[in-house]
Write a protein that binds this ligand. Sequence first.
Ligand code: KIV
Length: 261
Amino acid sequence: MKKSILDFRAMVERGEKIVWLTGYDYLTAKYEERAGVDMILVGDSLGNVLLGYDTTYPVTMEEMLIHCKAVRRGAPDTFVIGDMPYMSYQISDEQAVANAGRFTKEALCDAIKLEGGGEEICKRIRAIASVGILTFGHIGLTPQFAAQMGGYKAQGRSADAARRLLDEALRIQDAGACAILVEGVPDIVGELIAKKLSIPTLGIGAGSKTDGQLLIFADMLGYYDNFTPKFVKKYAELGKEMERAFREYCDDVRAGRFPVD
Ligand code: KIV
């Protein structure tokens, strides 16, 4: 049965970890649901992993919706979060609510996620949450702010920076977010934020003490090999296995071993 936000809150109270993976397509989502993941994020990281962009900046609403719909079909009984792409919520509250609504109305996502913890972003969170859409915040290493951060760099590494992150997290919670993702921060900062917040606090590259864990499925499968963050544990070498199989097929066809009469 599909878990709801109430189930996730109850899991946190019981000290049970929430398991979260990204997924971008029908088949991956199907296997993730069969394996029992609690949530699937249709992340704008699909821009890097599936579409071959260097950053997430070019990803559009239309691209996100196509992938969210495919994931919904593959995992009808899993909580799916649609990631709001760059410039789909930054301009105004109206734009943010309209685009968040497309994720829930057209793609049947259960929630949306957006990046940042500044005052303007918190206004967007408040506006989206006020129309009844479950909203996940995302702070720390936020790829849509990579230009301002000077690249994909760990965040919250000084006492001041950690305090600023905690302030952002509290502001996001006050604005009405139902959960928050903390990315690329020292373990102790992930732990501190999880302790201080009453909403579920998920982490990616934020240590082991958050309420749950997210990984990009293509990193943990060894499928995306352009770059693998240090904190990733690889559970497979899918890319290498695909290349081996493709090579064997090439050899077989060229040598006349396939097809056979
Ligand atoms: O787009 C995404 O997959 C994300 C993760 C990098 C956290 O937001």
